[in-house]
Design a protein around this ligand. Structure first.
Ligand code: KG4
Ligand code: ZN
Length: 344
């Protein structure tokens, strides 16, 4: 790693899905500003993110959000060391807005440009509030688009132990929430309503994937919930929204905790972290806290604001890329299916 004597100030941009976000981050760990414009209300009426609407809103908001981030940090573009941006994975039209804005800003101010992987950002959110956290550690990344169990070997060096074969954990939350009439986004709503329900009321399946103990599969669970609801309807019976939510959530949490702790034990890990939108789920946090305590592992998790999409996490990840010497050219493009650890 290059020796850096001066503070590294990163202006980071994130627009991979339905949040238009910009942040200013100092030395990878200190957030000087973190501005998020959430489009959730716009997409709620459609029951999920509409890519075209997301792109158009990003275009409308991006300059405003970047200006606000610089203003809140008491800085101008000239004060930053580099400009960073999520260039994949995500919705191509949405990513392109952030990538184009970052290239224009970096070019205009003659600053280095650093492209960041969205999942690397989620993982790096853990560095923000845990100054002592350093690799190696095991990280469970659970968001609307991803469910990965990742070995963080070093900064920017990852090995994916397991991932979902079908739906991501957050996607399952959103689909089940819609089926039981809770609306979008489902995760926070299921989290809340579950507090009133009995998690043992209905025994939903916990899927095991044959050839990789660390892989996940949530589509069978989603079907089991839909079958249960259909069964109730056919028998003319009502169902308890809270019981279905709590029982579904327990099935997801059990699998996530089980796979994570299996990884911790097999690899003899002493540190475990969680990241992504679903990482703000209160039941998952409680269960992981308890499991880590039992296994004598230190548990790290970001605050909810750094779990869901934000640009501070991109600034944290970008710092470690920057000091490694990673720079992107003016030909940086959005890569919707960028793999973790891959640099294009
Ligand atoms: O990381 P994120 O903001 O976007 C992606 O990269 O996908 O994650 C969004 C996902 C959504 O599926 C949302 O329902 C879920 O995270 N989520 C939650 C909670 N808060 C957000 N899922 C469960 N419990 C929560 N409290
Ligand atoms: Zn995300």
């Amino acid at each position: 790693m290059n020796q850096i004597n001066e503070d590294v100030i990163i202006l980071a941009i994130e627009s991979s899905c339905d949040e238009t976000a910009a942040a200013v981050v100092k030395n990878g760990r200190e957030v000087l500003s973190n501005v998020i414009y959430s489009q959730i209300d716009l997409h709620t009426v459609y029951g999920g993110v509409v890519p075209e609407i997301a792109s158009r809103k990003h275009i409308e908001k991006i300059n405003q959000v970047v200006d606000q981030a610089l203003k809140n940090a008491n800085m101008t573009l000239q004060d930053v060391t580099a400009v960073a941006v999520t260039y994949g994975p995500g919705l191509v039209g949405a990513l392109l807005v952030g990538v184009s804005a970052a290239k224009a800003l970096a070019f205009a101010a003659q600053k280095p440009l650093v492209g960041v992987h969205h999942i690397e950002g989620h993982i790096s959110a853990n560095y923000i509030e845990n100054s002592e956290l350093e690799p190696p550690f095991l990280c469970l990344v659970v968001s609307g688009g991803h469910s990965h169990l990742v070995m963080v070997k070093d900064y920017g060096e990852y090995e994916i132990l397991g991932k979902t074969r079908d739906d991501a954990a957050g996607e399952a939350f959103d689909k089940v929430a819609r089926a039981i009439g809770l609306g979008y986004p489902g995760g926070p709503k299921i989290d809340k309503v579950s507090r009133e329900g009995n998690p043992d009321a209905i025994r939903f399946p916990r899927a095991k994937v044959e050839d990789n103990v660390y892989d996940f599969s949530f589509s069978g669970l989603k079907s089991a919930v839909l079958n249960y609801l259909n069964g109730c309807q056919m028998k003319g019976e009502s169902f308890s929204q809270a019981d279905v939510a709590a029982s579904f959530q327990k099935a997801v949490v059990d699998v996530l905790v089980d796979h994570s702790m299996q990884g911790v034990k097999t690899y003899g890990m002493k540190k475990f972290a969680v990241a992504g939108g679903v990482a703000s789920n209160s039941h998952l946090r409680e269960a992981l806290t308890e499991a880590c305590r039992k296994n004598k592992v230190t548990f790290y998790h970001p605050s909810p604001v750094y779990c869901t999409d934000n640009a501070a996490m991109i600034g944290a990840a970008a710092y470690y890329e920057y000091i490694k010497g990673v720079r992107h050219g003016w030909d940086l493009n959005a890569v919707p299916s960028l793999r973790l650890g891959e640099r294009i």
